[in-house]
Design a binder for this molecule. Structure first.
Ligand code: MG
Length: 224
């Protein structure tokens, strides 16, 4: 029988390397733009990025590839662009082993702020979709551009879990660590590059995270 804990993972830069999404936004779309309007790729890149900036990441449109296809009147279908570059989707090396282990003991979900279109392709191509009972997208499911306290509260409600029985891990210090912790969720900050001073809620990879979850006593001892 599975434990009562629910474990939530961020997606980009936590389970999956960010190369793919960066490529789609910063190369894929500018290339289509350059082809359509007969400009150089570098010209198209600066123009497209300036348009992204003018919308800004606090607007839902920033995350919405359908919006940008229409806005730039790009040729072809956005679905094809996402599929075309799917070979760039890579889970981090430890991901498979960690989730294959954790799924035997806990219910696993994904909590991402990326739009559902991206989340679904990434999870499918990383071959990790069967391990998660639910996949949440803050932008697509809750119309929120960031993982706000309300997003985490709604997810706990939907999953029928108290925040104190939920665990979350991700690479954004505020939205994956400070915000969920403010609700009483047991959150861990994934610091793959060692950007912040190490404490008992900072992990360098998901193997370390899984060890902390499975052996809470050992982790406290090892941090002393
Ligand atoms: Mg992330």
């Amino acid at each position: 029988m599975k434990g009562s804990k629910l474990i939530s993972f961020d997606l980009d830069s936590t389970l999956v390397d960010p190369t793919y999404t960066t490529f789609v936004w910063e190369i894929g779309i500018p290339r289509l733009y350059a082809g359509k309007y007969n400009t150089s790729l570098s010209e198209a890149t600066s123009l497209v990025k300036a348009e992204y900036q003018s919308i800004g990441d606090s607007a839902l449109e920033w995350y919405d590839i359908k919006y940008w296809f229409e806005y730039f009147k790009l040729p072809g279908r956005w679905e094809n662009l996402l599929e075309e570059h799917r070979d760039k989707i890579r889970p981090f090396p430890e991901v498979k082993e960690v989730i294959e282990d954790l799924v035997q003991h806990y219910e696993l979900i994904v909590t991402s702020n990326a739009a559902r279109e991206f989340v679904e392709v990434e999870i499918r191509e990383a071959e990790i979709e069967d391990y998660f009972v639910r996949i949440f997208s803050a932008t697509s499911d809750f119309r929120q551009v960031k993982k706000t306290p309300q997003v985490y509260e709604k997810i706990c409600n939907i999953m029928g879990t108290k925040p104190s029985n939920a665990v979350h891990v991700g690479d954004h210090y505020e939205f994956d660590y400070v915000v969920p912790r403010s609700l009483g969720i047991e959150a861990y900050y994934l610091d793959r590059d060692g950007r912040r001073p190490k404490d008992s809620y900072t992990v360098k990879d998901l193997t370390e995270f899984a060890n902390l979850i499975k052996n809470p006593k050992a982790s406290v001892d090892s941090c002393q």
